[in-house]
Design a protein around this ligand. Sequence first.
Ligand SMILES: Cc1cc2nc3c(=O)[nH]c(=O)nc-3n(C[C@H](O)[C@H](O)[C@H](O)COP(=O)(O)OP(=O)(O)OC[C@H]3O[C@@H](n4cnc5c(N)ncnc54)[C@H](O)[C@@H]3O)c2cc1C
Length: 402
Amino acid sequence: MDFSISPELAALEEKIRQFVSANILPCEQDPASYDDYGNIKLPLLHEIRQQVKDAGLWAPQIPKEQGGLGFGPVGMAVLYEAMNYSIFGPVCFNCAAPDDGNMYILNQVATPEQKARWLQPIIDGKARSSFAMNETAPGGGSDPSMIETTAELKDGKWVIHGRKWYITGAGEAEHFILMAKTSDDPRQGLTAFLFHRDDPGWRIERRIGIMGPEEHGGHCELIFDGLTLDEDRVLMGVGQGLKVTQIRLGLARLTHCMRWLGLAKRAVAIASDYAATREGFGIKLADRESIQMKLGQAAMDIETGRLMVMRAAWRIEQGSKARQDVSMAKIHVSELLNRVTSDAIQICGARGYSKDTVLEWIYRYARQALLVDGATEVHQMVINRFLMANGHDFWTWGVGDD
Ligand SMILES: Cc1cc2nc3c(=O)[nH]c(=O)nc-3n(C[C@H](O)[C@H](O)[C@H](O)COP(=O)(O)OP(=O)(O)OC[C@H]3O[C@@H](n4cnc5c(N)ncnc54)[C@H](O)[C@@H]3O)c2cc1C
């Protein structure tokens, strides 16, 4: 069993670390870098994205022939963690949600013509994108079979009516992937559609304020009142919507974990720095056993998360869907991000609660990790389903070749 990474990947990880440290971390310190929603201002983002391209670090998850560096999930696990040492990191490398997941699904299932029109501009950083699935009650939330947005074929065109909400990035996106119901079939009743911001028949009803910092374009409620699309806007085929969702979310959930591990490492670094210099009651905080236990626990939680993420990434690269691995990693990493950040704030005292470090930013952001791309309870349900189906064989290593 070999847990090491290739020299090529290790070298790229180091380059990304250095780039983040030299070009992105300084921006975090400057209040002028932030937009009204706690994210990096768009003009600054465009500047840094150009620097990333010039440094040859753009879109490592994208095949080389499409303008990326050609790394699969294992490489992404290493690199995304390094990028998200900065809160602004992933978006600077074009590795942030939801574009990242949208690029992945389009690359997996779109036709060559659809890739040219809908995918390449996102890869090139010329367009942003959204994935619109979640609905207001009684529509589809955790349970996609409840989706109520309908698409009806009329005179050779799909006509779409419905309402979606919490659609990340919708205020900035030009390219959208939309999930709608096309029949009552329980497995093949959903279809994925592609639409452009300028297509008539839909609108953004409101940008929904949230607890944490916001992705560019926010989290929006969308109304579809007759969005009309040609048949070539169907992605992967009529009735294949659930499959599109599963393929997209499988890796997207894991890439969230990859990034969250970077944020958790950053929280530990800030807390460790503070503990190393702050004295009280005669000794440094770092010399107190209770502080050492907190930091030791955080380090172990993060390492456990890295192993879970890496095994799921490796399994996906081997052709498995790795559904239970992804669900387990999603629960563990989202929970550790919340725990580790909270402990880091505690170690830093008032400074941890202030805006002098990014800890409070990470803490506010972290809460959504327990909800997005499947709430914890839904993933527990999935894991249990595999346990019930496989019994003792749930815990297998898999046997490799000699
Ligand atoms: C910041 C943010 C960004 C988002 N971005 C997007 C996006 O870009 N596109 C998109 O389509 N959606 C997006 N969402 C929506 C997200 O995917 C949903 O919030 C999530 O799927 C849960 O759906 P829901 O909110 O309707 O919760 P509900 O389905 O109403 O569930 C509410 C709660 O019930 C519990 N629960 C649900 N099912 C079970 C179960 N089987 N067993 C036990 N307990 C259960 C869970 O605790 C859950 O949190 C985003 C949400 C947030 C918060």
